[in-house]
Each structure stands twice: as structure tokens, then as C-alpha cells.
Design a binder for this molecule. Structure first.
Ligand code: BGC
Length: 760
């Protein structure tokens, strides 16, 4: 520890002395000392070594013993020759040290490897899946969860996470909707930045911080029909204002790396898009970190029908600004030849390598390539009790109360009898979610366990599984089988419900129903779950339906059948305890939906921030709607109830007009009109009434959380300035256009109070 302290002090004085900033403000803040070192290192590198830095291999080989197959042997040789710059999926302090040693002991220039891994919602201690965690709208908690994930990841020898995913996602059919912050560009921006800050901390050279990666650049969340990897067609306005907004924020926050995406946009695969990577990211935004491809996405330019072979794919990708090839095996075969045949300039490689080395220097890997590979620290840090405590806290903050008729919730801890039913009720695995990094199988606290931990000793708990959901092998890559037929457990479930005062019914999705490649055309409760609900409701109507899922579900039927609905996503290691905290009133639910829940799948993609269209309404059929369903959500974006009630006064403005770089204040008075303390999220939306490019009917632009005791009221004030009103205009600039705006404030995207202002 002491050694690192001394190193930081020296670094601090070196920076002060040279008048330079540290990496504190991110990768875009160039450190001239480092830049000079990169120059001299680059001047020593052969072409092969440069290509090596741009090559990332998967770590599925045994570097500790004799390699078991020819491919592994080749990998090992390449590492020794400095032909690999990065590896993914090499884990643990021991394994990363061993792999690093191969490079440091054998390669000519001894450029340390950077190890990357998908730490999406925790490394060993699991936090809620990102969509769930985003429902907390609690930026401090979100940052803390990333800080802890970074601590554990760094302690396991890994330098870099492929997170956060900040793809604006508006289609519940898309399985990866669980990995981001939902449908809103602004929410994705602020949550993305909180996560980046959490991973990267103030200084990447710290022992417990890791490099983050803004992914997937860009448009991946807009896959047509919610089918993973599918085509995306958007124009420049939607691209800039919705898809790119969170990425711009991530770049400004100094995220160390970006990852490009599998999809094409308007006929150009993102991996080969000069417009996205060179013009916008590295041009307009002047981004200085590096771009890693997605897994094999450079090689996929061939099946896309965009490149005829690896040579052309490599050329297109490197010209477009893809700096590192993740497992595509393209750069290693194409780049040297392309340079020597004058097909591309070596300067392109120099630029890519410079960016990669910049991140390695920023992480302090040149000072100590093994600084993360400390087995003692690894033992101390993973699953530390304070990590689990924090996981429980953010988990309960992520729960959204969707319905609570007859105030069935919270349940008394002294209730005489309670039935706990459902395929997910005692599931200790699904709460870990997909993209679960190194979570231990079946290690989550189940709902049943959480309830047992909470109720009084006299409470009779009647548990019955009722039916299975996911059956057979459950894994990241293989399709999941759903139980469609076996209802043999229904009789026990009905019996348990019959003899209990209240039923906690836990339904939803298996963890492996959402995630990569898990697109669905039907988002109702799968398998025999609806039938189980019907059977239970027939004998006991006092049902609290606890939902676990990674995507919005079609809840139209269940929501009519039960008096209480609790959305709990996949909450991670402490799921059951966090759910029990809410069920029994130890925590008053405060979560708000980061994504709209539809009335049926035919409404998808469904999002609150739609355009008005030329025909917003009519009493005839000639308007933009459906004849068999409303166009509104069943549960809208921003929605979430509490065990108390809040009232929101009319918005008051400090001035009805402002101009230029001025600002005005808009305030509302929030009051807790109920009987218990609770937390409300005041949400501010804007509407630009007439603009050079049509604007959505509502756009979230700010929010504030406030806790109020019963009867207490408080004024919540927002500042509106040109930044609040700006968008990517027809001038191809981010600017606020003069004119009238509606400012709307309320507790969700529907229940809003409006005031008009003018920007001059
Ligand atoms: C995913 C990325 C992920 C990468 C590495 C890809 O299939 O799209 O999000 O970071 O694999 O595991």
C-alpha cells in the first residue's frame, strides 16, 4: 500500500510541477509527459508490434501449463512476441499475473497487456441488472454500485470493464434492454456518467479503479423489430438527439474507451462507419481514448455484405477508426500487408496504437503491470460484507411499486399466515440476472429466504413452487427451454393459497430469458405462469404479484387480477432481502420506471418521448393510433408508487422569458400528504413547440429526489438555461432555438403540471 501512496504523491508533485492535469478529468485531458513517452515508444515499434497492440484475444487457454491445443500454443507464441495487446476473459489475480508475465518476460518492448471483462452489474457481488438499477434514479447509489464493482474487478486482476451500455432502448422485445438505462436519452446520459465515474473514480492510476467502456456505438438498441443484431435505419436527427446524446456525455466525462456495435445504420455497419467514429466521435467530440470492436464485428463486415474478405474488412474498419480488434482475427492478418502495399497509411495504425497506449499509461500499467494482480487483496475484497450491504440498499431502491389497491402493502410482519408461491419464489439463481460475471450459481437470497428472515416467528409460511419456468441447461449461450406443460405443482400452490391470509406470488422471467440474443416476439408471462396465477386467484384474491424480469412485460391481464404489483427486475445477490424490506415496509418503495410498460407487444417500440405527428388525435380513424388498443403505456415512463402520497403544486417561474446564456428558475412545492415518510422524484420535461427539426412531445431534462416526512412540504427548484433547451438543430449544431417551450413537472411522464416560457 505504502509503495502506491508514495507513487501517487510523486505523480501529484510531478503534475503540479509541470502544471499539468492528472487523469482526474478523464482520458481527453492529455498529459504531455505521457504523450512524450508514447511518442518514443511508438518510434521503437515494428509494424507487427503495432498491429499486436490493436489485437485482443479471448483468454480461453491455459497459460499456466502446457497449452492443450495448437491454437492455444499459437496464442502463447503471439503473446511472447508482443503480437497481442489485450485479452478478455482472463480472470483472477493469479491468471492475470501469469498472462502478464508471459508478455513482460518474453516480449521485446514489454508493453503490458490490458485485461477486459464484461462487468455489467457487479463482479462477484451482484447488483441489480442495469435496467433495474436505473429504476432507482439515484445517481449516488448507481455510482457506488459501479465503484464496488470496480473494486472487485480490479482485485481480480482485471483493468477494464465493457460497461456501461448506454444504448437508448425502446423495444421490450430486445433482450438486451436489460443492460442499459431504458428508453430515455437524458436518463441514459446521467446514469452512464454516474457509472463511468464509479468505475473510473478520480484517477485511473488508483489500485481500485478500472477503465470503463461506453457501448455500443451506435444504434444497437434500435434494432428493427427488437431482433438482436438487426438492421437500424435512422436519420441524422434521431441519431444525434436520441442515440448519441448519452455517448456525447460519456465522451465529455472522459470515459477511457468506446466499443462499436454489431448493427448497420442506413446501410453502413457501425464498425466501418467513418461518420460515427471519425467524423463525430474523434472529430466533432475530439475524443482521445480508443475504440474496441465488438466481438468479431470486424470480421462480420463480410456477412454484412460490406467487405469481400478480411483484407477489405480490416481496411474499412481501421480507416473508420476501430482501434482494437476483439476476437475478429482480422487486423492480425490484414494490417501489415495493407500498410506494406500502401493500401493504408501507417499513420492510421500510429493513431490507434497511441490511443491504446494512452489508456495503458493512464491505468499506470507501465509503472507496475502487476498492480492489480494481488491474490491477498483479491481474497479480502471479493464479496466483502459492506459490498453486500450496498447491494441490498441499491436493490431496494430499484423496486417499483406499480399497483397497491386496498393498501394491501406493506404486509404486517406479524401476519398469521402467508403463502409464498411461484417458480421464482425460492429461485436463488434467477435474481442474479444475465451478464452475471463471476457470480456464484444459486448464490442470491431468494424471496422465500428474504421473507423468512423478516416475518415474526409466529407467522406461518406456506411455500409452494407451483411450476417450473426455465428447465434443462441454463447458460449464457444456449437457448432456454421453458416449461409449457407441467402443471403438477398447481394443487399444492392452490392449497397454500387457500390456507393463507396473503399470497406473495413470484412470477416473471428466468434470468436467461433476457440478455444478448434473447429477443422475443411475445412479452407475456411465459410457460404456465398465467395459468398458475389464474388458479391461485380463484381461491385467494389477496395477491401481491412480485415480478422478476429484465424487460418490460405485457402485464395487462395480471394487473387486472391482483391488487398489488411489485416490479423487482433481477436484483442481484441480496434480492430476497431487498424485496422483503419493501413487502414488510422497512423500505418505502421509491423506484420509477426507466422504460414504458406496454398494454401489448404490438405497441412496441413504445416510448413516452414520441413525436406529435401531423395527426395526433381525432374522433374518426384518421389519426396516428390503433383501432384495437390505446397508444398509451399501461405503466408509463417515470411511474412508480409509494406507501405514502405526494401532491405537487403548480410550477412557478422566476421569469417567463430569458435569453442567450441567461437562466430562469422553475419551482414546485411537493408535499407528503400521506402517513409515512417517503421519497419522491420530481421530474422535469420540456417541449419545444416549434423547431427546425420536430421535437418530441415531452423530453426529460432534469429530476430531483426528495425525502419528506408525513405532512412535510418542500420547494423543489430547477434551473433552466440554454443547455436545458438545446438539441441538434438543422444547423447541425447543439443549440437552443428561440421560441416558446412548455416546462412540465410531475411525478411521472404523464401526471405533469405545465408552465410556458419563452427563450429569446
Ligand atoms: C457483446 C459485448 C460484449 C462482448 C465481449 C459481445 O457479444 O455484444 O457487449 O462486451 O461480447 O464479451
Amino acid at each position: 500500500m505504502k509503495r502506491y501512496f508514495i507513487k501517487s504523491v510523486i505523480l501529484f508533485f510531478a503534475c503540479v510541477a509541470s502544471g499539468l492535469d492528472t487523469q482526474a478529468q478523464g482520458i481527453n485531458n492529455l498529459d504531455l509527459v505521457i504523450e512524450t513517452k508514447i511518442d518514443s515508444l511508438l518510434s521503437l515499434m515494428t509494424l507487427k508490434e503495432k498491429v499486436g497492440q490493436m489485437t485482443q484475444y479471448n483468454g480461453s487457454f491455459d497459460v499456466t501449463g502446457a497449452p492443450s491445443d495448437i491454437d492455444a500454443r499459437t496464442k502463447l507464441e503471439k503473446l511472447k512476441n508482443g503480437e497481442v495487446g489485450s485479452m478478455l476473459n482472463v480472470l483472477t489475480a493469479k491468471a492475470t499475473r501469469e498472462a502478464q508475465e508471459v508478455v513482460m518476460k518474453n516480449s521485446r518492448l514489454k508493453i503490458p497487456l490490458i485485461f477486459g471483462y464484461d462487468v455489467i452489474h457487479g463482479y462477484k457481488t451482484m447488483f441489480p441488472v442495469p435496467l433495474g438499477e436505473s429504476a432507482s434514479w439515484d445517481l449516488e447509489a448507481l455510482e457506488l454500485s459501479a465503484t464496488i464493482a470496480a473494486r472487485e474487478t480490479a482485485a481480480a486482476g482485471v483493468h477494464w470493464t465493457f460497461a456501461p451500455m448506454i444504448d437508448v432502448s425502446r423495444d421490450a422485445r430486445w433482450g438486451r434492454i436489460m443492460e442499459g438505462a431504458g428508453e430515455d436519452p437524458y436518463l441514459n446520459s446521467v446514469i452512464g456518467v454516474a457509472r463511468i465515474k464509479g468505475f473510473q473514480g478520480d484517477n485511473l492510476t488508483d489500485d481500485y479503479t478500472i477503465a470503463a467502456c461506453a457501448k455500443h456505438f451506435a444504434g444497437y438498441g434500435y434494432a428493427e423489430a427488437g431482433r438482436d443484431y438487426n438492421t437500424v435505419n435512422v436519420g441524422e436527427s434521431e441519431l444525434q438527439n436520441s442515440i448519441l446524446l448519452p455517448f456525447k456525455a460519456a465522451s465529455e466525462a472522459g470515459v477511457a474507451t468506446f466499443m462499436n456495435s454489431f448493427n448497420e445504420i442506413d446501410g453502413i455497419p457501425a464498425t466501418a462507419s467513418v461518420h460515427l467514429q471519425r467524423d463525430i466521435l474523434k472529430g466533432d467530440w475530439d475524443y482521445k481514448g480508443f475504440m474496441v470492436s465488438d466481438w468479431g464485428s470486424i470480421a462480420e463486415l463480410i456477412p454484412h455484405g460490406f467487405a469481400e474478405d478480411k483484407m477489405q474488412a480490416g481496411k474499412l474498419a481501421v480507416v473508420a477508426g476501430s482501434d482494437m480488434d476483439m476476437e475478429g482475427r482480422v487486423y492480425e492478418v490484414a494490417l501489415e500487408q495493407l500498410v506494406s502495399e500502401n493500401e493504408i497509411k501507417e499513420e492510421l495504425l500510429n493513431d490507434a496504437v497511441r490511443r491504446i497506449l494512452r489508456v495503458k499509461y493512464a491505468l499506470g500499467l507501465f509503472d507496475d503491470p502487476y498492480k492489480y494482480s494481488d491474490e491477498k487483496r483479491e481474497r479480502e475484497v471479493l464479496l466483502a460484507p459492506e459490498h453486500l450491504e450496498a447491494a441490498r440498499d441499491i436493490a431496494r431502491k430499484s423496486i417499483v411499486l406499480l399497483k397497491n389497491e386496498q393498501t394491501i402493502l406493506p404486509i404486517s410482519k406479524n401476519i398469521k399466515s402467508i403463502a409464498v408461491i411461484g417458480p421464482l419464489a425460492d429461485d436463488k439463481d434467477s435474481p442474479l440476472g444475465n451478464w452475471r460475471a463471476q457470480a456464484i450459481k444459486n448464490s442470491a437470497v431468494s424471496v422465500l429466504e428474504g421473507i423468512k428472515n423478516t416475518v415474526s416467528a409466529d407467522t406461518q409460511i406456506n411455500y409452494a413452487k407451483g411450476a417450473s419456468l426455465g428447465i434443462g441447461e441454463r447458460s449464457f449461450l444456449m437457448p432456454l427451454k421453458i416449461n409449457e406443460t407441467d402443471t403438477s405443482g398447481f394443487a399444492d400452490a392452490v392449497a397454500a393459497a387457500e390456507k393463507s391470509e396473503v399470497v406473495v406470488l413470484v412470477l416473471g422471467e428466468d434470468a436467461f430469458q433476457s440478455g444478448e440474443g434473447r429477443s422475443q416476439t411475445d412479452i407475456k408471462l411465459k410457460g404456465v405462469q398465467q395459468e398458475l396465477l389464474d388458479a391461485v386467484v380463484a381461491v385467494n384474491k389477496n395477491i401481491v404479484l412480485v415480478l422478476m424480469n429484465g424487460r418490460p412485460l405485457d402485464l395487462s391481464r395480471p394487473s387486472e387480477q391482483v391488487p398489488a404489483l411489485l416490479e423487482t427486475w433481477f436484483l442481484g445477490s441480496e434480492a430476497g432481502n431487498a424485496i422483503a424490506d419493501v413487502l414488510f415496509g422497512d423500505y418505502n418503495p421509491s423506484g420509477k420506471l426507466p422504460v414504458s410498460f406496454p398494454r401489448n407487444v404490438g405497441q412496441e417500440p413504445l416510448y413516452y418521448n414520441q413525436k406529435n405527428t401531423g395527426r395526433p388525435s381525432s374522433n374518426m380513424v384518421t389519426y396516428s393510433g390503433y383501432q384495437d388498443e390505446s397508444r398509451d403505456a399501461l405503466y408509463p415512463f417515470g411511474f412508480g408508487l409509494s406507501y405514502t402520497n405526494f401532491s405537487c403544486g403548480d410550477p412557478e417561474v422566476s421569469d417567463a422569458k430569458f435569453s442567450g446564456e441567461g437562466s430562469i428558475a422553475v419551482s414546485v412545492v411537493l408535499k407528503n400528504t400521506g402517513k409515512v415518510t417517503g421519497k419522491e422524484t420530481a421530474q422535469l420535461y420540456i417541449r419545444d413547440l416549434v423547431a427546425s427539426r420536430t421535437r418530441p412531445v415531452k423530453e426529460l431534462r432534469d429530476f430531483k429526489q426528495i425525502e419528506l416526512a408525513p405532512g412535510e412540504s418542500s420547494k423543489v427548484t430547477f434551473t433552466i438555461n440554454s443547455k436545458t433547451l438545446e438539441f441538434f438543430t438543422s444547423n447541425a449544431k447543439w443549440e437552443a432555438e428561440p421560441g416558446e417551450f412548455e416546462i412540465m413537472i410531475g411525478s411521472n411522464s404523464v401526471d405533469l403540471k405545465t408552465v410556458k416560457i419563452t427563450y429569446e
